[in-house]
Design a protein around this ligand. Sequence first.
Ligand SMILES: [Zn+2]
Length: 60
Amino acid sequence: MDHRLLEIIACPVCNGKLYFNQENQELICKPDALAFPLRDGIPVLLENEARSLNLEESKP
Ligand SMILES: [Zn+2]
């Protein structure tokens, strides 16, 4: 995951900053409790492709 890319992409729902989860290879939006997948290293920033975070994962 390119860190410069991470700086320019934003959550499609709230337009907020996303955090990259290295372990799961997902981009996390905490306010929305959504995790966006990466496909071939490309972030898929679509709300209907996102996974809802569970309670444990959405902790601050
Ligand atoms: Zn968001």
